[in-house]
Design a protein around this ligand. Structure first.
Ligand code: 4NP
Length: 173
């Protein structure tokens, strides 16, 4: 079930020819959310639609500020054609002014984002990546791969490719 209220603002901007601003958020901003950013950037470029999207990522934690994505995440992403060059930053209150959709990867990210949201209206911009999965999966979120092996990183990319595809269709389709 997709949060239609959050999507409506994004759809309106797209229809008006204004860039849709999407911020992907996880805990560390070195695995899942920079990968989501890379997948979404590639997707909008492939569709010739990059001018209508502004895409960024951030973490709720502050452990890795300034770092490139985790080397394992970069290697797995590169195998699928995504170069991840984001530098880690922490999510801030001002992100709720600067973005139309704020996409959390798991339940903890969503809880933390709601705690940071300055107003209920701002909190209405928060959606879960799992709302957009359109593949058969037992997951309703993107699980943290940090303490997992290679399969964890591949799973993240599978889920993100599905979720970003559907997110694009929900806004621009
Ligand atoms: P991410 O993964 O939230 O997908 O970037 C993590 C990366 C680092 C840590 C936790 C999760 N950490 O605790 O350092």
């Amino acid at each position: 079930m997709v949060n239609e209220i959050a999507l409506e603002g994004a759809r309106n901007r797209y229809r008006e020819g204004k860039p849709v601003r999407v911020l992907f958020v996880c805990l560390g901003n070195i695995c899942r959310s920079p990968a989501a950013e890379g997948v979404m950037r590639a997707l909008v470029e492939e569709r010739g639609d990059a001018a209508l999207w502004e895409i960024d990522s951030a973490g709720t934690g502050n452990y890795h500020i300034g770092d490139l994505p985790d080397k394992r995440m970069r290697i797995h992403a590169r195998r699928r054609g995504y170069e991840l060059t984001h530098r880690c930053r922490q999510v801030c209150e001002c992100d709720f002014d600067d973005f139309d959709l704020i996409v959390g990867m798991d339940a903890m990210n969503l809880r933390n984002l709601h705690a940071i949201a300055p107003t209920p209206e701002a909190g209405g911009k928060i959606v879960g990546m799992g709302e957009f999965f359109d593949i058969a999966t037992r997951y309703d979120h993107v699980p943290d791969p940090y303490y997992e092996g290679a399969e964890g990183f591949e799973l993240v990319l599978d889920l993100l490719q599905s979720g970003c595809g559907r997110l694009y269709e929900e806004v621009a389709g």
